[in-house]
Design a protein around this ligand. Sequence first.
Ligand SMILES: [Zn+2]
Ligand SMILES: [Zn+2]
Length: 254
Amino acid sequence: MSEIRITADYHSHTTYSHGKGSIADNALVASRKGLEILAITDHAVRHPIIGVNPKKYGRMREDMDRVQENYPDLKLMLGIEANILGVDGDIDVKECDAQKLDILIAGYHLTSLSYKFSDFFKITAGAVSRYAFKSTKAQIARNTKMYLNAIKRHRIDILTHPGFRVDIDFKEVGKACADYGTYVELSSRHRTPNEKSIEEMLNTDCIFVLDSDAHKPENVGECEFAKQLVEKFSIPSERIANIDGKTLTLRSKS
Ligand SMILES: [Zn+2]
Ligand SMILES: [Zn+2]
């Protein structure tokens, strides 16, 4: 198989949350690596301490517009990585705030602050205990329900690192992403889906994106683990949305 040519990276962090570089730093690396599109997607507000308050979106946009002037061949997109917060599938980016962004991505993060205290017992406790005990069927069902509800209720463009820190039914999640038009991220940073779970997702019609989830500028465009998955499982190019100059059909803008 010829080298996979990634032309867009839809997941990168900056100092607006806990990334190490600025928007300008990430853009410089993206440009040097020949990317055509780079999304800046810092963590949303219920990520403790580092989450971005929607009031800052305007300032981020101004910052991005200034950087954009220097890169005519690179399209910058302003996004946020929302937190999926509990069994009901709540996320911490309101629809009206999402409309101020170019792209909305979302994933589960163990440390994010749920709206409902009951989600601590339903989701977080299981996510912590899985390091010592195997997840129960009931736990996996609840985690899966959380993802499915988020995908159904919110116009999420990309589901980030599915199954990171929670065990889920990958086939059900892949099926929901295909049905609702949400792309599935192959995450090199968190190495998920892994070799076992990718097979379950390949049995659905979901479409993938390979993202870096870079927290340091030098990692922008870095998708080595995901590329290996694509090669090992012969994932056809029609099922990868960010290669060879393709662009996404954004659910959040439909
Ligand atoms: Zn994340
Ligand atoms: Zn991230």
